[in-house]
Design a protein. Structure first.
Length: 460
């Protein structure tokens, strides 16, 4: 289902002499973004009705409250049992509970499918190592300033939220709890060797944060030093560490815990803030989504909570190692509904290891189910997005693309959107790391008051 703004944009883009297809050329993307992503930008922005976005964001905050309550409600607060249920091993459990195992903060990016009526949650990245902060506000900002786009934006009352500004305000608040000088110094820290691949992206994040008034440094975790109870990078005392390394990247180092210990001690001493703390790993796990769909969990939830889950989340089930032996009925169910399901490993990110049942044979699907590792995986019902028609700026021909929308969240609430898209023939995984055809899109909202589609649960 399309919308009036998208239809108007595509119609005008296809008109003879229209400058809209050349929007990217006029938008003057910041050099740090082109250094990080080259030419991987969709020629046009995507549009969504603002009340569809705000209603889903409200649901998502409630969903976060529900998912963070799982250890208390389903395991009597016993994190050992909770981690065991998620397949979290002992070393990882020690790391994610190093600062006490409290409720992780609401901060991250929800990856969504949108069919034109409603959003559905694909993954909930409640953690700081997410990408896109540098894209969510910057791309629509420069598009809005382009001469060819400004009249269209004004006609349709288009808006966007500056994600970089919202994140910077969060970090300033955090720095205010520890800084003695009033000047917030943020250090974006990658894993050892991580800047070789991810450095351009983090430099883009740093540039956005600097534009919003933060003093931002970029480094790797082993470069941090302690000066008394304080953290120091490049000779500067650090107030907030924006954690760009994943838990898995830290665990890949034989001395990963030792490298991160100065961060933990400064956080405990109140001289610096680790954002987000390792406790994010307690819910930044695809298995948490599957847990909310599990019959034994659903039996303990209220009718309102069940309705919330069914509005937000497609059918999702946890897959364990040796699935044939531990749950043969689930294996049979996944085989019977292969073309409706997608498999996602819990320990991977960025689309790594994802297998779409509709893209492989029965034998390949069975092999994927049988190859689930010790961290587990999930099988999730396919969410079919609406096609996004894009006029090629060189050929003038329209082509359908498929998008995954990213909704950013901070403790203050929704913090803007971005999107990634691939051509219809570009494969199931819409990830920049794993799909060379994936492009980045800016997102604008427009006023509207059309009720979302009814959300009766659809189960394999």
């Amino acid at each position: 289902m399309s919308d009036r703004v998208t239809e108007a944009y595509v119609r005008e883009s296809a008109s003879p002499g229209s400058r809209l297809p050349m929007l990217l050329g006029e938008a003057r993307l910041p050099p740090v973004l082109t250094a990080a992503y080259g030419t991987r930008f969709l020629p046009r922005p995507l549009f969504v009705q603002d009340d569809h976005m705000t209603r889903f964001a409200e649901d998502l905050v409630q969903f976060y409250d529900l998912i963070t309550a799982l250890p208390r409600r389903m395991f009597d607060g016993d994190l050992h049992r909770y981690c065991a249920a998620l397949g979290i091993g002992e070393r990882k459990k020690q790391l994610v509970t190093r600062l006490g195992g409290g409720t992780p903060p609401l901060y991250g990016r929800a990856d969504l499918s949108y069919d034109g009526r409603r959003f559905q949650l694909l993954e909930f990245n409640v953690t700081s190592e997410i990408g896109g902060v540098e894209r969510g506000g910057e791309i629509p900002r420069v598009m809005a300033e382009a001469g060819c786009f400004a009249p269209f934006a004004a006609e349709h009352d288009l808006r966007y939220v500056d994600t970089g500004h919202r994140v910077a305000e969060t970090l300033k608040t955090l720095a205010g709890t520890v800084s003695r000088t009033g000047t917030a110094v943020v250090a974006v820290l990658e894993a050892p060797g991580g800047l070789a691949e991810n450095g351009p992206g983090w430099q883009a994040v740093a540039a956005v944060l600097r534009r919003h008034g933060l003093d931002c440094l970029v480094g790797e975790v082993q470069q941090i030093r302690r000066r008394g109870d304080h953290l120091v990078l490049d000779g500067r005392t650090v107030d907030v560490v924006l954690r760009g390394f994943t838990i898995e990247e830290l665990l890949a180092q034989s001395d990963g815990e030792i490298l991160a210990e100065p961060l933990f001690r400064a956080h405990e001493a109140g001289t610096a803030v680790l954002w987000t703390p390792m406790e994010s790993g307690l819910i930044d796990n695809k298995g948490c989504l599957a847990m909310l769909c599990a019959p034994w969990v659903r039996a303990g939830l209220s009718a309102e909570e069940l309705a919330l889950i069914d509005r937000v989340l497609p059918w999702t089930r946890a897959l364990r190692q040796n699935l044939a032996a531990v749950d043969s009925a689930l294996l049979d169910q996944c085989m019977a509904h292969r073309t409706e399901l997608i498999l996602k490993p819990n320990a991977e990110y960025g689309g790594e290891g994802v297998v779409a049942g509709w893209e492989v044979s029965e034998r390949e699907w069975h092999r994927a189910l049988a190859s689930v590792g010790p961290e587990g995986a999930v099988a999730q019902r396919r969410a079919v997005p609406r096609p996004e028609s894009v006029v090629d700026p060189f050929t003038g021909r329209a082509q359908d693309w498929r998008a995954v929308w990213g909704l950013f969240l901070t403790p203050e609430g929704p913090a803007g959107m971005e999107a990634r898209a691939v051509p219809d023939s570009g494969g199931a995984v819409v990830g920049l790391r794993t799909n060379a055809r994936a492009c980045i899109a800016g997102v604008f909202t427009f006023p509207g008051n059309t009720p979302p589609e009814s959300t009766a649960a659809v189960r394999p």
